[in-house]
Design a protein around this ligand. Structure first.
Ligand code: ADP
Ligand code: ASP
Ligand code: MG
Length: 513
């Protein structure tokens, strides 16, 4: 069996869901299990409803609910026709009235707890999965809606719950395997789960990718496919840099590093279950039915590029902690780490001296009590609106001059670097810059390390760049967000073929739709 996950934009409208049905139909023989996100922007709207209701503005939150209701009913009608839609409407209406009751209750108590938030956000995926399942059935696919909350079991860390794999495996097998043996196509919502006692949880924003990987691992899938709105994993975020190219193959380690450092195309935890069971993951474009996208596997062939990709994580703060005078220096670092541990906080980049420490954290993830606690032993300052830029590539290991090349390029872009890290894994170079410098820095780095023509540049600048003309973009190399594919040169195509022929033919079947 295979798992196919479709993100918010892939199910954003009736036309998008039509395309999804075609894609799934073409994989019918491979026993797909389909995981869908909420329709695009729906989770954000549910968040907004929660804020409005909990701040006492009940009517505004009910107003948002009305437009959400209309959007779903409209999509259902377009996909199912009046008669079949009438059969689904009562189920959808039950969810809308539960949601309305919840919002009214929230407006009365004026407090949205993490547990309440998980309940609220679960409606997005419940609604979309019900509509998609019926849309499949109308198009001749033998679909069966499955309640993800009865399959995915997590701990009770609401808003970012962690899967409990043994129970998830057991429940998923029990629910899904009988459907697959009857040649049915299970359709379930991503992102949502429940504790062993049945309390709804979510896996964190963007968590449908993670759901797909968890289900894939639980059912020993042959492949996990993440269908999204771009051609695959790209050399950088195409929204940041229109010259970004699709990466044909990338390793688990590289892709995980990119996801962790901001490549939104994959939820950061997605690859863990896949790595554990060595299941290949594909990132594919749902707007391009012929998409071959990116293949993510344990090992990849050598790439001529110095780096595989560049990513940026915004919304980061630098926290500087300097030991107060009179504090016992030898216990200082331990005290700081213990405070971080007590507040269950994780840091990204750390710079340490005997009496001071700077680290970066997601601004929204800094617990209020942490800074107060550290102020007992240190002078603490916090700088917001920072970003981490990360260049990832397994082949940088042991090659001299690469860091110099990165930092020269950044200097040429006149961007100031605040912190630097080259991780122990030696597959990334990361550094911190002001958030507002990210577009300039990333574009310049991309231009330098992924020039549009010829084999990728390594440590030398192109002649053109040295003469201050920058790098020209090849007219054919369009990598638009909506899936305009790259027209490969004959040389590139040949190289790609030999790579695929050599290593991946066995695990790349069925990708030509
Ligand atoms: P979905 O709704 O399908 O889950 P997301 O919006 O979560 O889609 O992720 C896809 C988006 O990720 C793309 O539109 C793109 O802007 C962004 N992105 C960031 N970095 C990358 C990257 N390196 N490669 C591809 N997409 C990226
Ligand atoms: N709908 C959820 C979100 O917007 C999960 C996802 O899209 O993966 O965060
Ligand atoms: Mg996503």
């Amino acid at each position: 069996m295979i798992v196919m996950k479709f993100g918010g934009t892939s199910v954003e409208s009736s036309e998008a869901i039509e395309r999804v049905a075609k894609i799934v139909g073409s994989r019918r023989k491979q026993s797909p299990v389909v995981v869908v996100s909420a329709m695009a922007k729906v989770t954000d709207q549910l968040v907004a409803m929660g804020h409005k209701a909990s701040s006492g503005d009940c009517e505004a939150s009910i107003g948002l609910l009305q437009s959400l209701r209309e959007r779903h009913l409209q999509a259902a009608l377009e996909l199912l026709g009046a008669k079949k839609c009438a059969a689904l409407v009562p189920k959808l209406e039950t969810h809308f009235s539960e949601l309305e009751n919840f919002l009214r209750g929230l407006a009365a108590v004026r407090e949205l707890t993490p547990r309440g938030s998980d309940y609220l956000l679960s409606f997005g995926e419940l609604l979309s999965s019900l509509i998609v399942a019926d849309a499949f059935a109308v198009r001749g696919l033998n679909a069966a809606w499955v309640d993800s909350r009865e399959c995915l079991v997590t701990d009770d860390k609401h808003t970012r719950a962690l899967p409990q794999m043994p129970q998830t495996r057991e429940r998923s097998k029990k629910k899904i395997s009988p459907l697959l043996s009857k040649k049915r196509i299970p359709v379930m919502g991503g992102f949502i789960a429940s504790t062993a006692d049945g309390v709804p949880t979510t896996l964190g924003r963007g968590g449908s990718d993670y759901s797909a990987a968890i289900i894939g691992a639980a059912l020993d899938a042959a492949r996990i496919e993440i269908w999204t709105d771009v051609e695959g994993m790209m050399t950088t975020d195409p929204r940041l840099c229109p010259d970004a190219r699709t990466i044909e193959r990338i390793s688990f380690n590289e892709a995980a590093e990119l996801a962790y450092f901001g490549a939104k195309v994959l939820h950061p935890a997605t690859l863990l279950p896949a790595i554990h069971q060595n299941i290949p993951v594909y990132v594919l474009n749902s707007r391009n039915l012929r998409s071959t996208g990116t293949q993510i596997t344990a090992r990849t062939p050598h790439s001529p590029d110095t780096f595989r990709a560049i990513t940026a994580k915004t919304g980061v703060s630098i926290v500087n902690v300097v030991a107060s005078r009179g504090i016992m220096v030898h216990g200082f670092l331990r005290s700081v780490f213990e405070a971080l541990d007590r507040h269950s906080t994780s840091v990204d980049i750390v710079a340490i001296s005997e009496v001071s420490m700077s680290f970066t954290m997601e601004t929204k993830g800094i617990p209020k009590g942490l800074l107060t606690e550290m102020e007992q032993i240190a002078d603490v300052t916090c700088e917001d609106q920072q970003a981490i830029i990360c260049l990832v590539g397994e082949d940088i290991h042991g090659k001299p001059g690469i860091a110099a090349s990165v930092f020269n390029t950044i200097a040429e872009a006149e961007v100031n670097i605040r912190m630097i890290s080259q991780g122990a894994s030696e597959i990334n170079i990361s550094f911190v810059v002001k958030e507002s410098d990210v577009p300039r820095a990333v574009r310049r780095l991309h231009e330098h390390f992924f020039p549009a023509k010829g084999p990728a540049l390594s440590l030398q600048k192109t002649q053109e760049q040295r003469q201050g003309r920058g790098t020209r973009v090849n007219g054919n190399a369009s990598h638009g967000k909506n899936g305009a594919g790259k027209k490969k040169s004959a040389r590139e195509s040949k190289a790609a073929k030999s790579v695929l022929g050599e290593k991946s033919a066995a695990i790349r079947p069925g990708l030509n739709l």
